[in-house]
Ligand binder design. Sequence first.
Ligand code: THU
Length: 156
Amino acid sequence: MHEEDFRVYKSKDLLDPSHKNLITQAMEASASSYSPYSNYQVGAALMLGNGQVITGSNQENASYPAGLCAERVALFHTASVLPDEKIMALATVAKRRADTHFRPVSPCGICRQVIVEYELKQNSPIQVILQSPNGDWIVTDNAKMLLPFCFDKESL
Ligand code: THU
């Protein structure tokens, strides 16, 4: 990991307006989270090359492993309905159902693997917007930097 791979912002207001908008849309998307088991509401928002924003929220299941993270809901939906649109950036936010405030979150390892897959597929970077545990907002230059030495199709 190199420091030049990501930017740190002390406040959301310092972010690029399009990235700020993604965070807002991810927050709105978290309202549709179906999370009766974890009560943890996650929202994700993707910005596409055509400016369109696609959102997703986590969807849980009584058979726990059948559930899906917000990021993959948004990514798989996008890849299914708009397979030729490039994904420029992805933001993730989360809150506990009982809280009104959002808490820092970053995409889980499986979601990182999926973001990297689409980054390689489209051959252009996907910026990832997340909040570090100390509250700073992080904007990465690409998804790969979040998954060093990752598994990909070259390994097959
Ligand atoms: N979750 C996400 O939606 N995204 C992440 O990156 C981390 C975890 C969801 C999965 C599950 O519904 C809940 O949060 C608790 O793990």
